[in-house]
Structures are given as C-alpha cells and as structure tokens.
Design a protein around this ligand. Sequence first.
Ligand SMILES: *Cc1c(COP(=O)(O)O)cnc(C)c1O
Length: 360
Amino acid sequence: MNSKRKFWSDVVVDLSPYVPGEQPKLANLVKLNTNENPYAPSPRVLQALRGEIGEDGGTLRLYPDPNADRLKQAAAKFQGIDAQQVFVGNGSDEVLAHVFQALLKHAQPLLFPDITYSFYPSYCKLYGIEHIAVSLGTDFEIRIDDYLRPNGGIIFPNPNAPTGCLVALAEIERLLVANTESVVVIDEAYIAFNEELASAVSLIRKYPNLLVVQTLSKSHALAGLRVGFAFGQSHLIEALERVKNSFNSYPLDRLAIAGAVAACEDCTYFEQTRQAVIASRETLVGQLRDLGFEVLPSAANFIFTRQPGHDAAGLAMALRERSIIVRHFRQPRIEQFLRISIGTEEQCQLLVDALRAILG
Ligand SMILES: *Cc1c(COP(=O)(O)O)cnc(C)c1O
C-alpha cells in the first residue's frame, strides 16, 4: 500500500474527498437521497438535445464553444443581468472548485457553517485553504452576526444544506454592507424551491464582492447534464475564467450547452415544476408532523427531520428494506436527523405509508 503511495503528490495523501449520496443500480427504488428533481426536464430540453445531435451527429465532430456564449446569454436573460456577469461550468461543483481557488484563498481563514454542504472542506484541503467552521444557532439557523469578523471569504448555501433553512435577503444584504473586504459566495443550489424566489442575484449590481452560484441540477431536473453557474460583477467572473482557462477549455459539451439553453428559456415549465415540488413539500411536512416528526422549516426540495422516539439510522434502514432511500449523516448534532428529498406526490405518499407502518 505505502510503497504504491510513494508515486502520489504530497497533496493527495492528505485529501478527504467528498462522498456523494449513493446512486444505486437497482430499479423501482423510491430514491429520496440526493435531492434530484422528481420530474422530467422540460420537453424543450429533449428537443434541443435531439436537434444538436441532428441526423448523423455531425456536430459532435467539432469542439463546443469554449465560452458557451449562447448559454451565458440565455442565463443572463433568465436572471435579468448582463452576459459578462455569468460564468458557466460542468455542474456547480466544478464552478465552486474554481471559486475556492480563484477567490477564497487568502491570509485570513474562510468562514462557512459547521453544518453545511460537505464539499466545502474537501475543496479547502485540495487548495490548502484555512477555514473556520462557524456553529449554526440553536434552531440550526445561520446567524449573520457570527460572520462579522476578520475573514478571507465567506460561503454558505441558501437555503442551507442539509437543513433547508433560508436566510432572508435583507440579512444577506446586512452581511454585504458590513463585509466589504472579502468575497461573499451564496450557493443557491436550492433557491428555486423558495416560494418568493428571493435570490441574491438581485444584489450583484450593488455589491462588487458578491458571487452567487446556481445549478440546473435540482431546479431544472438536469443533474445528469452537469451545468452550473456563477453570477457576479465582471471582475469576479474574470478571475474564474482565468482559472477555468488554465484547467479545461471545454467544460461544457455541445449537448450540455444546447440542453441548458432550452431549460433556461422554458420559464413556464420551471414555474410549474417548482410549484409542484413546493406543494408536495408542504403536504409532506404536515403528514410527518402528524406522525410525531420534528421538521426544520424548509425552503428547499428536501426536508431535515427527526422522530424523537426513533433512532435515525434505524429508520433509514427500515425504509431501505421497503425500497425507499433517504440520506443520513453520521455527524455530531445531526446524527438523529434524516434528510429526505421531495419526490412526486406518489413517492411522498409511499414514504408516509412506509413510515406509518414502521412506527406501528
Ligand atoms: C447539489 C449541490 C451542489 C452541486 O450541484 P451540481 O451542480 O450538481 O454540481 C452545490 N451546492 C449545494 C449546496 C448542493 O446541494
């Protein structure tokens, strides 16, 4: 073992890679463990993918547009900003990787919540970035006051993962007013499932240190296509482009660009599916509370919940035996919680029926 590790670069030895939720190879599972959208993507996406392939797939012979200009324009239009304020990448995980390297490595430590997207500490290890894990409040909320301290950058998801809790836009603006000397990154992977769509993109014109990251994975049911964005003033985007162009000229392939453009343009479908997920979430929360579950207030397409009388790992296992997969994190403070993605109405009902049977 060690003799083979001698071939590794030093940085690899100490990495602690992110572990994604399981993608089981079994059919007929109710898969509520990785926050995928339960609905199919817009039919216009499929049409665009077929169009891109054409009769003979001839365009696949050619490299895609390295700048994905068409997609930047479509995303800018969707957001009501300029195309120069848009960065695109191979899923927001890749966008985030470039953000950590390009904007968050400084003399002072980076700040992020102690309970949050577990990819952040992995990027810190990879790029040698010092960080401080800031404790969530007693109700698992992000307290802006705790971030008003010297730092080399601030990042958190809004809504936070895996809690689903939302920080109000006014609070984010309060942070930006107080914190002007480092970049503030708001990771909005789940912002579409907040009823008011209170995105911090509306603040980028005003704050030169604000970067907002989004993805089509959850909001537009395209986790398999791998398309993510960063939105911010052009000097921040330029830093990201410099890293990207030192790493991979073509992070988005032709199909991803074509499909993503169509997804951004189909606002009607986006609105319908996000409202369907929100409605299912509200119904599910009510049903789980009736079964004695405590559920954190969620503005996301998942809920974070515990049943005071039942061990979370045991519940996850019992659900699994009934072909329902949810996510359980073995981490202090949250080991009695389950994170459950919002499925279709039918999937949510199967979950509730299973839990009712398990609780007896
Ligand atoms: C899912 C998720 C991402 C990554 O999304 P991709 O675009 O699929 O890479 C980023 N941040 C958070 C908080 C997420 O939950």
